[in-house]
Design a binder for this molecule. Structure first.
Ligand code: UDP
Length: 361
């Protein structure tokens, strides 16, 4: 079969890294990069490090409002789909690239496989929620990472098309976690200099619209990190560089290390060696859980309920005192509790794609 995969953002490259290799053992893949993430350290570095096949198409679309970006992607992906006539469209997660590709394929009657289906935060102020819901409802095959995602699929009347396969992010974590060591790692700082990784540190990321639209939330999060007493390594998403630099300078925070975004292998090494994690990333909060690191997620909503037990991952408002207090709560880890599958989600994804193909809708 000919499968056309559309990716555009960092977490999708990571999932494609495990799924594409599996896919190409049996089928032909046409890989399309929308261009949503385009900096070297947000895109190309992932393709190089993880040996992801070079995209067949790079649409070069990024920036603008949600509507502008989605519209441009929709038009461009439609042309590629018409040209390539694939048997399936494969999409991951919840970005504008996911939604645009799904809409284009649905109108052309190309069956869609959505990996990471059924994730819901039940809050439409979260821009990705719209992308998740719309993509699921036009997809033929809804592949869920966890029981809770599968339940959401059922609740929305989509159970016939849903299958629980596990989380390819967990596959990637298992596969790549030991590749790079934190020892001797050098961090490229935002001011252009380099420094050694400190022995003890917290790992922080923050880039969601909800936390970066004004100074308030990020200032509180950075205050919390300063209050924790140890260093914090914060690889800054390009969207946030100016704001983060300005706040750290203004408040003279001594413990915050602002670095350029790191590659995936470095991110895992940073995580595995960290004291704890503070983030608003859907991917990093799951990885903190996989690595058994305590996590505080600065968001208003639960994305991955399975992680929210035994103080392993707690929601916090962007309030410094609350973040610190939650990070200091005692965490426990129940051995054998593995809600994200067995590390073989990619194989199961391919089984489903192969078995469930129906030529005409
Ligand atoms: N990550 C990375 N480099 C960084 C920060 C994060 O490789 O500088 C990885 C992280 O380990 C996780 C993924 O990027 O696997 C999460 O992506 P992101 O936070 O951009 O998106 P989200 O998960 O929130 O959709």
């Amino acid at each position: 079969m000919k499968i056309l995969t559309v990716v555009g953002a960092r977490p999708q490259f990571i999932k494609a890294a495990v799924v594409s290799h599996e896919l190409r053992k049996m089928h032909t893949e046409i890989l399309v990069h929308t261009g949503q993430h385009f900096d070297y350290n947000m895109s190309e570095q992932f393709f190089e490090e993880l040996n992801i096949p070079k995209p067949d198409y790079n649409l070069g679309i990024s920036g603008g409002s949600h509507g502008q970006m989605t519209a441009k992607m929709l038009t461009a992906v439609e042309s590629v789909l018409i040209e390539e006539k694939p048997d399936w469209l494969l999409v991951y997660g919840d970005t504008n690239s996911t939604l645009a590709a799904a809409l284009a394929a649905a109108k052309l009657h190309i069956p869609i496989c959505h990996v990471e289906a059924g994730a819901r935060v039940h809050d439409k102020r979260n821009p990705e929620e719209i992308n998740r819901i719309c993509t699921d409802h036009v997809s033929e095959l809804l592949l869920a990472c966890t029981e809770s995602c599968y339940k959401e699929i059922k609740k929305e009347g989509l159970a016939k098309r849903g299958v629980l396969v596990g989380d390819p992010m967990y596959d990637a974590f298992v596969k790549y976690s030991k590749v790079k060591k934190a020892d001797g790692m050098k961090l490229k700082l935002l001011d252009g200099t380099e420094r050694e990784l400190p022995e003890q540190y917290y790992y922080m990321t923050c880039h969601r619209e909800e936390n970066t639209n004004d100074d308030h939330a990020l200032t509180e999060i950075l205050k919390a990190m300063e209050m924790l007493g140890d260093k914090t390594v914060y690889p800054v998403h390009p969207r946030n560089k100016q704001r983060a630099g300005r706040i750290v300078k203004q408040f003279q925070f001594k413990n915050i290390i602002l670095s350029e975004p790191v590659g995936y292998l470095e991110s895992l090494a940073l995580l595995n060696n960290a004291l704890g994690v503070v983030t608003d990333s859907g991917g990093l909060q799951r990885e903190a859980f996989f690595a058994e690191k305590q996590c505080v997620t600065v968001l208003d909503f639960v994305v991955w309920p399975e992680t929210m037990i035994d103080n392993r991952n707690q929601l916090s408002h962007p309030i410094a005192g609350e973040i610190v207090e939650k990070m200091h709560r005692k965490m426990t880890v129940q051995p054998g509790y593995r809600p994200f599958g067995d590390g073989h989600a990619a194989v199961k994804i391919l089984e489903q794609i192969t078995e469930q193909y129906v030529p005409v809708r």
